[in-house]
Design a binder for this molecule. Structure first.
Ligand SMILES: Nc1ncnc2c1ncn2[C@@H]1O[C@H](COP(=O)(O)OP(=O)(O)OP(=O)(O)O)[C@@H](O)[C@H]1O
Ligand SMILES: [Mg+2]
Length: 305
């Protein structure tokens, strides 16, 4: 038998076909690539006969990585649809409570003319109640699969807005350095700006929460030769444990106290609806990179000159 031992179960299936003289319709195996990555493989075998004599076995292998990825995404979407239905039920109630809170705070802000720390505190209440309101609204919109309102957006402008928002975020550590790198030139992306803004904020929140008091967080974008763009959120946080990595992005998977575990799932769904891809790369102790790849758009005519 010339097949090497390291083929493991695939070798066993070929041997079994040889011995039983019967092909195998379809088996699935988990193999490893040379670099150690798990590789799901489909294998089917057929016997070659010549005048009642078996002359060989043909084994057909298929890399199932993409199929498995698609199945995983479909499962996630199903869970998200259930979440959406649940969210729709409670969002109404929650928004009814948030509205008078936001209104009262706005009134107090106007009437009390607070200064210093007190003004900051009331700002925080105002900001957080509107953030919660937005979250609930988004979840609701999400469950209804709102159509994307696509317009060309200057990516650098949009990401600069995100960085400016982060500058005032109370979660930002005192020694955390946030930078935006991009270009050269501008990149126009056809997107629903509100929904993509949500993506950037979710990824930025994770990066900031990972970095904590001290460290770096860089948002880096670059235009690709095919007109698409790549946006990396690179943080110097503790990274994601190898055993957690496969579950990260599943709805409700969280390692945080008070986390809902929806941030990445929502981001992933929005990116996918834009025809893009969201991937995470992380190593314990070395930080995490969340990468969003999006198809590009032509610059709007009025902006070209
Ligand atoms: N940049 C990162 N560094 C380290 N761990 C991360 C990072 N991004 C995501 N994770 C891990 O993935 C989990 C899921 O992230 P996700 O954003 O979906 O939910 P969450 O941040 O826990 O809660 P929320 O719904 O409030 O966003 C996190 O709890 C954390 O364990
Ligand atoms: Mg999060």
């Amino acid at each position: 038998m010339a097949l090497p031992e390291r083929l493991g179960a695939a070798r066993d299936i070929v041997i079994e076909t040889l011995q039983s003289r019967r092909g195998r319709a379809r088996a699935e195996l988990l193999m490893r690539t040379a670099s150690g990555r798990a590789l799901p493989v489909g294998i089917s075998t057929n016997v070659l006969m010549h005048q009642d004599e078996m002359t060989g076995v043909v084994a057909v292998f298929q890399d199932l990585t993409e199929v498995r990825d698609m199945e995983r995404r479909a499962r996630r979407n199903e869970t998200l649809a259930e979440v959406g239905a649940l969210a729709a039920g409670i969002a109404h109630e929650l928004r009814n409570g948030l509205k008078p809170i936001a209104g009262s705070v706005e009134y107090l802000q106007r009437e009390l003319q607070l200064e210093g720390e007190e003004a900051q505190l009331i700002d925080l209440i105002a900001r957080e109640s509107s953030r919660l309101n937005k979250f609930v609204t988004d979840l609701l919109a999400y469950s209804r699969e709102r159509d994307l309102a696509l317009v060309p957006v200057d990516l650098d402008d949009q990401l600069r807005d995100v960085v400016n928002t982060l500058a005032h975020d109370p979660r930002r550590g005192s020694d955390m350095h946030v930078t935006l790198e991009g270009g050269p030139g501008a990149a126009w992306v056809s997107m629903d700006p509100e929904q993509m803004h949500q993506v950037w904020l979710n990824l930025a929140s994770n990066a900031m929460e990972a970095v904590g008091e001290r460290g770096t967080f860089t948002i880096r974008w670059s235009a690709q030769a095919d007109g698409g763009v790549v946006v990396d959120f690179v943080d110097s946080g503790p990274g994601i444990a190898a055993e957690d990595l496969p579950r990260v992005g599943e709805p409700f998977f969280t390692t945080k106290r008070g986390g809902t575990g929806l941030g990445l799932a929502i981001a992933q769904r929005i990116v996918e609806r834009h025809g893009g891809v969201l991937t995470l790369e992380s190593e314990t102790g070395r930080g995490t990179t969340a990468r969003v790849t999006l198809p590009g758009a032509a610059a709007p005519v009025a902006q070209v000159a």
